[in-house]
Design a protein around this ligand. Structure first.
Ligand SMILES: NC(=O)c1ccc[n+]([C@@H]2O[C@H](COP(=O)([O-])OP(=O)(O)OC[C@H]3O[C@@H](n4cnc5c(N)ncnc54)[C@H](OP(=O)(O)O)[C@@H]3O)[C@@H](O)[C@H]2O)c1
Length: 271
């Protein structure tokens, strides 16, 4: 007797935004490992095509769609390209998000243009992409929003980013409530500090890293491959009774990176 796997994504087409690097690439790899057909989206073609190549070499079906997720026409083109190739979209992962170095700072210095860029990407784009995907999911589907531990805690230096992620978590629950009767599940995954190529450019002193690691019961920072397995599960039919869930994946640490740095700066200013 062979025991069937608990879940498989074979035959399911899943869109991942921001899939060329970091957590998004890790999510794409996990989905592919579970048999999904993966639609890789982002602005830079080269890392997307590299990810596509790696997935295809491993035997998965994948395609790349280049575009800016904050633009309504690019979002529509992304959905249409996925439908043209695979006929249906079963899953949509809103992963693209960040706060660029030029857009961060204490709340008393944040200007409207910085606010708009951060909130447009981390909240508005994720919401309207979800709304668009849900319209296309006529026989049901699953949406996963990648939020952040910053959604739930004070986040000096990136307060507007935390506020956008908090709003996305709240919307996740309302989307789950409004769309559940159509068979559409909407969940959020909230990573702690995940060491990506991008983060390593600024989060790069051994002392700073160790200070953060010291807050993690599992004694290490996250890796891009730590987030994808949960996303794959949430897209799968095995998660068929899970919606409106906000799930932390953070090694057990609930201390935000920005808060820790801020407290340290305050301490240094006092001595
Ligand atoms: N790393 C962490 O510690 C951490 C912690 C908590 C939450 N998160 C969240 O996890 C998600 C992934 O973060 P990450 O650290 O992996 O980020 P990352 O390394 O900076 O990657 C972000 C991805 O999003 C894409 N992207 C950015 N702006 C875009 C836009 N306007 N349109 C389309 N794609 C866009 C980027 O590609 P292009 O630039 O080529 O478009 C890139 O592929 C984000 O939502 C982030 O807020 C990360």
């Amino acid at each position: 007797m062979s025991v069937p796997a608990l879940f498989s994504l074979a035959g399911k087409a899943v869109v991942v935004t921001g899939a060329g690097r970091g957590i998004g690439r890790g999510i794409a790899e996990s989905l592919a490992q579970c048999g999904a057909r993966v639609v890789l989206a982002g602005r830079s073609p080269v890392p997307l095509r590299e990810t596509q190549h790696a997935l295809e070499v491993a035997g998965a079906e994948a395609m790349t769609v280049v575009g800016d997720i904050t633009r309504a026409d690019d979002r529509a083109r992304l959905l249409q390209a996925a439908l043209d190739r695979f006929g249906y979209v079963d899953g949509w992962i809103n992963n693209a998000g960040s706060a660029a170095p030029e857009d961060v700072g204490p709340l008393d210095t944040i200007g409207e243009a910085q606010w708009d860029r951060v909130v447009d990407l981390n909240l508005k784009a994720a919401f309207f992409a979800s709304q668009m995907a849900a319209h296309a999911m006529s026989r049901g589907g699953a949406i996963v929003n990648i939020t952040s531990r910053s959604a739930s805690y004070p986040n000096p230096g990136t307060g507007h980013y935390g506020a956008a992620k908090a709003a996305l978590e709240n919307l996740t629950r309302t989307m789950a409530a409004e769309w559940g009767h159509r068979g559409i599940r909407v969940n959020a995954v909230a990573p702690g500090v995940v060491m990506t190529e991008e983060l390593a450019k600024t989060f790069n002193t051994p002392e700073r890293i160790q200070r953060q690691v010291d807050t993690v019961p599992l004694q290490r920072l996250g890796r891009p491959e730590d987030i994808g397995p949960l996303c794959a599960y949430l897209v799968s039919d095995a998660a068929g009774w899970t919606t409106g869930a906000l799930i932390p994946v953070n090694g057990g640490s609930f201390v935000p990176m920005g808060y820790l740095s801020y407290l340290n700066r305050v301490k240094r200013a006092r001595v």
